[in-house]
Design a protein around this ligand. Structure first.
Ligand SMILES: [Zn+2]
Length: 1025
């Protein structure tokens, strides 16, 4: 090796001059220091351990990292222990062992770790001495945690409530284990396949100073590189006052990979180690360092400060950490010592995401502002990652139902503690389901992009969590109701299976409502034949119907009992059901309706809505809102896209991640549907049969303000050798001008645009001129809870019961992908086609359709979505049970609230936090200006004193969103968007009697509480002893 060889004068001089001339020197240090100390809300805490940089040089921050998927090709446990390495090499336990040892061996080395699902497990297996050594590494900033969630969650198919839960779980582990030293400053979403705006908003509200992203649309990336807008300020809320939801965002140059030829992990077969021995004929240091400097130079051209980062790691890297680190040690030594000696302005150093961010902040630049999101993601012209929005719909629904059940479980754990955890039914808790739900948020779990065996493992984890929560639920209900029932839930109610109600002549139905206001709900249970008497908690008979519905082939029709229940806020009602006769005379059976050519129609209606069907096709053809006198003709039916295969021109097939239709026009499942009609006093239904694998019930319950479409799809036939991607499509004569609207993780709404106004046929992105190469897949967006279209007067909203992909490809048209079954892998690593067999192949779900005037539409869809996400939990018990304890009085109705919360307020979290503390999150669930009808978008003020009936709040502390730091002392780095800087508002003093929520604001509290003693013998509401 020679100095001449490495110090190419042309290269060094060339970019040194150009680079520095473009950028100008950073502000002098003393000024910065004053700013930091003086400006309220700005601090260097957490950054004081960062490495020294060279202000007049290009500083290349090397970020040693590992990306450890919490399940993907292998299960979580297989990855942790390194089992089945022939499937995919990955052994997280070895990685952490090896990294800690390598960090301890050389003090300049640093490492960043992310996934707490793995780290917490490893931590609990360590000796005290190792734990102490790790604490020291964390204190020194050499082991840095980024993100710190249980997993690195997906952003397209996740609900915001579940994101907040999983982040809270991981960050709590870090806070409990390492205190403020371990609190991540930086969010790190390097692998999720597209990025939602709501995710950025949540991270900002959690107190993160910035985020780094790995994946973005390839066209967007190229343009941003040219414009040097790879780093920006993301304004992630249209409602929250800036800079509350502003998040500094860095787009990594090379996703999360190391530069080409510089990968020094044991899984990088093709890259050579850095030799660095001048006496060896194999010495390659000259070549590698030239290459390194070349890469750094090119990368620098896309960034604005004299700092850049290189991600030195990858999937499950660092199992042999010494291999990576010894090469990096040598690289740093050679570049710094010898390049500097020969005039190179490059300084390379071990660093971390937070330390890089800190340097960007100190540069005190203004940054471009982004207000849309990073969906859809494409890594090539025919590679849109929009299939996973809908992949594995059964798992997506199981996850959503589990979110609902987890909140029920956590609420009861808070309301009935400690009797909920230990009681007549044994020990139960919410912890296992909480962890399972956190794992499900991982970007290969809820997305449906894992292998089948891993998806099965995710479902197994959820089921185990349900088991512990069911025990808790029974204990809590026994405590709160004063009687020991053999409570049980029927997880298969959606397919009309429930052994207890199907075999008993008398039973009880307890319905728990997790919302902070009363709900009315139709309860539907499979029963034995006969007529039934249903009594409400005060002993009054309530109207009920018995329906006899057709079942899939081979299954006996089972009668279903239908009655209307009313349940108080955060509480339960217990109804009793008894068979009064074995006669079947009152049973309602759907009647076949023969098809009629021409203009014959069929209606179903209730007090609010009329739905009309075309008798020639059997399709839904019109919806009317009878009160508002709105009429909307439509055609709703099912279609399928022929899944793309690898062709001569395009080497991309549809798969678990990617949606690549073979043709842009979908094929109808059927030209007509056979229909049956059912009309009872409580419900009217049209049963549509489109094909052997596609059916739908269109339903109107008495009093319901929306139309319910319950679809059943599968198993999708693939015998014709075509993978199929099935959609439900609504076509309406609405002039929507190319716009439609989708929710972001179930919270704020984003306006989507299919085409540019002036140039018909061209497609649109808010921040660049799109060259659209996939007119269907490239216009698909994630729909977590709702999608809508409007012509400015009428609005048609469809709520989903799980995450799906959706779009509006023509004016007045709206489609949702309900299921997909594919014969090929899409070559993104999972290595298996999405060919679900068994339980995942047959899927039932619901679309709730709302027709409204634009001004009142938000009230409808916000409140209905809340009721769907936190639906009442139905629990059954046989009649005739023991009292909870002698002298107890049975309580057939209970509310955990002394007064309901107003409709704009959502109780996002009520959970046990510590022995005497609870976690409480209150959310304003309307966006600014969204509701012009009922004023639901106004700020709302609550009194938390004496709000809850089973405990008293003795002390209240407000925290950031993930509850890992007090709000009063939390502060974030300030960034200047090019639209002007907004100072961080001061935090007002906390008054539990007057908590104000602004539109879309979430406030998080840790409440010290005292549980009331229940005086059962007095009857009535539980009262203080
Ligand atoms: Zn990943």
């Amino acid at each position: 090796m020679t100095a001449l060889g490495r110090a190419s004068g042309v290269r060094v001089g060339g970019w040194g001059d150009a680079g520095r001339a473009m950028r100008g020197p950073p502000p002098p240090l003393p000024v910065l220091f004053v700013v930091l100390v003086a400006a309220p809300g700005t601090r260097a805490a957490g950054y004081e351990t960062c490495p020294t940089v060279q202000p007049d040089m290009l500083n290349v921050h090397l970020l040693p990292h590992t990306h450890d998927d919490v399940g993907w090709v292998k299960t979580v446990d297989q990855y942790y222990y390194g089992v089945q390495n022939e499937l995919h090499h990955g052994a997280v336990k070895n990685i952490l062992d090896s990294v800690i040892s390598a960090l301890r061996a050389e003090p300049s080395r640093r490492f960043v770790y992310v996934e707490m699902a793995f780290f917490s497990r490893w931590w609990h297996q360590q000796t005290n001495a190792t734990q102490q050594a790790v604490r020291e590494l964390v204190r020194q900033g050499r082991l840095e945690f980024a993100n710190g969630g249980w997993v690195m969650n997906d952003e397209a198919a996740t609900h915001y409530g579940a994101i907040v839960d999983q982040m809270t779980l991981g960050l709590r582990f870090l806070q409990d284990t390492f205190g403020d030293d371990g609190r991540p400053r930086v969010a790190w979403h390097i692998d999720p396949f597209g990025h939602s705006r709501e995710q950025a908003s949540l991270f900002a509200q959690m107190g993160f100073d910035g985020i780094f992203l790995g994946r973005m649309d390839y066209q967007d990336r190229e343009l941003r590189k040219k414009k040097r807008e790879m780093e920006l300020v993301w304004r992630a809320s249209a409602s929250l006052q800036p800079p509350t939801a502003d998040l500094f965002t860095g787009l990594l140059s090379n996703a999360y990979d190391p530069p080409k030829h510089l990968c020094w992990d044991l899984v990088c077969d093709h890259d050579s180690s850095m030799v660095g021995d001048p006496f060896s004929p194999e010495d390659n240091a000259d070549v590698l360092i030239d290459h390194f400097l070349d890469v750094a130079t090119k990368q620098w051209q896309s960034y604005r400060t004299n700092h850049i980062v290189m991600t030195m790691g990858g999937d499950f890297h660092y199992e042999n950490a010494h291999m990576w680190f010894s090469n990096l040690d040598k690289l740093i030594q050679l570049v710094n010592a010898e390049q500097q000696a020969s005039g190179s302005p490059v300084h390379v150093l071990y660093s971390t995401p937070a330390c890089y961010l800190w340097e960007l902040n100190k540069a005190n630049l203004t940054w471009s502002l982004k207000e849309d999101d990073f969906f859809p993601y494409a890594d090539g012209p025919h590679q849109f990652w929009t299939g996973y929005f809908s992949s594995r719909p059964a798992l997506k629904r199981y996850e959503r139902v589990s979110y609902n059940f987890l909140q029920v479980c956590k609420q009861l754990e808070a309301l009935a503690a400690p009797a909920a955890n230990v009681g007549p039914y044994g020990s139960g808790d919410s912890a296992l389901l909480e962890e399972a739900m956190a794992v499900l948020q991982h970007h290969d779990a809820i997305t449906g992009t894992s292998r089948q065996l891993v998806a099965d493992d995710y479902a197994r984890r959820l089921a185990a969590g349900w088991g512990r929560c069911e025990v808790l639920l029974s204990n809590a209900l026994a405590r709160l109701s004063g009687s020991q029932e053999a409570f049980s839930i029927c997880p298969e109610l959606n397919i009309s299976v429930c052994p207890l109600s199907q075999t008993s002549a008398r039973f009880q139905v307890a319905i728990y409502n997790p919302l902070a206001r009363k709900v009315d709900r139709m309860v539907r249970l499979p029963v034995s034949a006969g007529a039934f008497l249903v009594k409400d908690p005060s002993g009054h008979a309530v109207p009920s119907d018995v329906l006899l519905l057709p079942q899939p082939e081979g299954q006996k029709p089972s009668p279903e009992l239908l009655f209307s229940a009313s349940v108080p806020a955060l509480g339960f009602s217990i109804y009793s059901v008894s068979r009064v006769s074995l006669r079947r005379s009152k049973t309602h059976i759907p009647q076949p309706i023969s098809q009629k050519p021409g203009s014959a129609v069929l209606n179903i209606k209730n007090e609010h809505i009329r739905a009309t069907f075309n008798l020639e096709t059997g399709f839904l053809m019109q919806i009317e809102d009878l009160e508002q006198k709105l009429v909307l003709p439509m055609n709703q039916s099912f279609f399928w896209y022929k899944a793309g295969t690898v062709g001569q021109k395009i080497s991309q097939s549809s798969g678990a991640y990617i949606f690549k239709p073979q043709q842009q026009k979908p094929l109808p499942v059927s030209d007509s549907a056979q229909i049956h009609l059912l009309k009872t006093p409580l419900v009217q239904e049209v049963h549509q049969n489109f094909s052997a694998w596609c059916a739908q019930v269109v339903r109107l319950y008495r009093g319901q303000r929306h139309l319910e479409l319950e679809w059943t799809v599968g198993p999708i036939p693939v015998g014709d050798k075509w993978g199929k991607e099935v959609i439900s499509r609504f076509d309406m004569p609405l002039d929507t001008k190319g716009y439609f609207y989708t929710d972001s993780n179930g919270r704020e709404i984003l306006k989507r645009r299919k085409k540019r106004e002036s140039r018909v046929g061209e497609n649109y992105r808010p921040t660049w001129n799109l060259n659209q190469t996939e007119p269907v897949a490239g216009n698909y967006y994630p729909v977590n809870t709702r999608i809508y279209i409007t012509d400015g007067k009428k609005q048609l909203t469809v709520l989903t019961d799980r995450s799906q992909g959706g779009s509006s490809l023509q004016d007045g048209s709206l489609e949702l992908m309900v299921h997909r079954r594919l014969l090929l892998d899409d070559n993104r690593g999972v290595g298996e086609p999405l060919l679900e067999e068994g339980s995942g192949s047959w899927v039932r779900g619901r679309h709730l359709v709302l027709l409204d005037a634009v001004g009142t539409a938000a009230a409808g869809h916000r409140l209905l979505a809340e009721k769907e996400v936190l639906a009442p939990q139905v629990v059954l018990a046989p009649s005739g049970s023991a009292l909870y304890h002698p002298g107890a009085t049975r309580q057939l109705q209970f509310s955990g609230l002394r007064r309901e919360l107003p409709p704009s307020v959502h109780l996002l979290t009520l959970a046990r936090w510590g022995p005497q503390t609870l976690l409480l999150r209150l959310e304003h669930q309307f966006a600014r200006g969204e509701d012009s009808g009922r004023n639901l978008s106004s700020p709302v003020t609550l009194n938390l004193q004496n709000l809850f009936s089973t405990f008293t709040i003795t002390r209240l502390q407000e925290t950031t969103l993930a509850a890992n730091q007090p709000r009063a002392s939390a502060s974030r780095l300030q960034w200047n968007p090019d639209t002007g800087t907004t100072p961080t508002p001061t935090v007002p003093p906390l008054d539990p009697a007057s908590i104000t929520l602004q539109p879309m604001e979430i406030r998080t509290f840790v409440a010290s509480v005292q549980w009331e003693e229940f005086a059962w013998s007095h009857g009535g509401d539980p009262v203080q002893a």
